[in-house]
Write a protein that binds this ligand. Structure first.
Ligand SMILES: Cc1ncc(COP(=O)(O)O)c(C=O)c1O
Length: 466
């Protein structure tokens, strides 16, 4: 059973899949097949279903890369049978991983990049978990050394991605989230301070809030915590969840202080597979120095040959993503990343101006390298009635192949629906122009074909996408 599909599976347990139009070539959908299928037939079953998916390049909901150079595809193939964890047998992927950690420590301005420590992960989610665990361990050791209780850890953050809710639940940490409110879509220092206490293991600042794309003010938050320490002695660590911004800000907003230039920033995580331009399946976490990664979280594994220090939740993984990530770093360098992402900001601005010019929407986030990632987020202005919702618009755009999600904000802005476009390397100016045309056409269609069901959130019992 899929995690969310119990009833569906229950109903269809004995259903079959056919190859082409041949009724005799059937295999069970949910029961393990008894017989051998030819490679071509097996392939066709899968290809036919994949064909029904959305087109990845038109998926403007995802932060993740949907375009790669041929060399990257070749490197993914080259790393397919080299298990990254077998560092003794395959020392070169391990070496590339090690180099990437130091390149990132340098990129993120670690005071002593040679001595900073980090690891790759399967994505930002695993990287955030590792950073959160290290923080919990550090906090517990500090408290235990003073004989203070360690049973009620908490974490303070703004509107975070679901990974931090998972971290809190899985590792038994109370999450204290500064909710969005009118005029506030990121965590502000006062609201943060109101939630921090001696049990705070970490303040998590997000560089590229998932809901909007905007950066949180890491420097402002850290300054408030510095003041707290001066006045109360309480020393609270900051982790920057730079899932998307970590691979954008260093190139497009080099003067923005958000990284290890801020002393209080003890660790940073980012997704290589987002603006790091690597294929899906790689994230990174770097600690400012060895002292911030507790030794007892590191396992030393001997059965791989040699003494292998391991600090990851996952074990076996292909090496391809690491090879491809290192390839992108050395191929593009700072100038190449600045060029690629600079072009995405230009395209995002064209889209923002175009959406603004329609006159029906209010921009919630306008792309600016010092404010956030290359994205555009908008809403229908409060009190305006266009005769359709952003969910209707998202639905209509799907008929042109565009995946532009509509979703609610959080906190007391939970009844505000926004729509967001993430601009990546493969959204060209021409495609952006086509999208704007399709958006205008979709609006005019919705204007002349009123939606048959148009309810408020309250009328629909909480589902404002009906
Ligand atoms: C701020 C933030 N943190 C963490 C994640 C999780 O990243 P990943 O998909 O690489 O696990 C995301 C994903 O969008 C994100 O936006």
């Amino acid at each position: 059973m899929g995690l969310h599909a119990r009833e569906h599976v229950g109903d269809d347990l004995d259903s079959t899949i056919h190859v082409g139009q041949d009724a005799d070539k059937a295999l069970p959908r949910f029961r393990f097949p008894d017989e051998v299928f030819t490679p071509d037939d097996a392939m066709q079953v899968i290809e036919d279903e994949l064909m029904l998916d959305g087109n990845a390049r038109q998926n403007l909901a995802t932060f993740c890369q949907t375009w790669e150079e041929e060399n990257v595809v070749a490197l993914m193939r080259a790393g397919e049978d080299k298990n990254l964890i077998d560092k003794d047998e395959y020392p070169h992927p391990a070496e590339f991983e090690r180099r990437c950690v130091h390149l990132l420590a340098d990129l993120w301005n670690a005071p002593d990049a040679v001595n900073s420590v980090g690891t790759s992960a399967i994505g930002s989610s695993e990287a955030c978990m590792l950073a959160g665990m290290a923080a919990k361990w550090r906090w517990r050791a500090r408290r235990a050394a003073k004989g203070e209780p360690t049973d009620r850890p908490n974490l303070v953050c703004g509107p975070v991605q679901v990974v931090w809710h998972k971290f809190a639940r899985y590792w038994d940490v109370e999450i204290r989230e500064v909710p969005m409110a009118p005029g506030r879509t990121t965590m502000d220092p006062d609201e943060m301070l109101a939630r921090v206490d001696e049990n705070t293991i970490l303040v998590v600042a997000t560089l590229g809030v998932t809901y909007t794309g905007a950066y949180e003010d890491v420097a402002g938050l850290a300054a408030a915590l510095d003041h707290l320490e001066e006045t109360t002695g309480l020393d609270v660590d900051v982790h920057v969840d730079a899932a998307s911004g970590g691979f954008v800000a260093p190139f497009c907003a080099p003067e923005l202080p958000w990284d290890f230039r801020i002393e209080r920033v003890r660790s940073i995580s980012a997704s290589g597979h987002k603006f790091g331009l690597a294929p899906l399946g790689v994230g990174w976490v770097v600690w400012r120095d060895l002292a911030h990664l507790p030794e007892d979280l590191i396992f030393h594994v001997s059965y791989l040959g040699g003494d292998m220090p391991v600090f990851q939740i996952n074990f076996s993984r292909p090496s391809g993503q690491i090879l491809a990530q290192y390839y992108n770093f050395i191929r593009l360098g700072r100038a190449g990343y600045a060029e690629v992402h600079g072009a995405s900001y230009d395209t995002a601005r064209i889209l923002a101006d175009g959406i603004d010019a329609i006159g029906a929407f209010e921009l919630v986030y306008r792309p600016d390298p010092y404010d956030g990632i290359p994205a555009v987020t908008w809403r229908i202005p409060e009190g305006a009635d266009l005769g359709f919702t952003l969910y209707d618009l998202a639905d209509r755009l799907r008929t042109h192949g565009w995946l532009v999600p509509a979703y609610p904000l959080t906190g007391s802005l939970g009844d505000v629906t926004v729509q967001r476009i993430l601009v990546r390397r493969d959204l060209t100016r021409d495609l952006a122009g086509a999208l704007l045309e399709d958006l205008t056409a979709a609006m005019s269609h919705l204007g002349t074909h009123p939606q048959s069901v148009h309810m408020t959130k309250a009328e629909s019992g909480g589902f404002n996408h009906l």
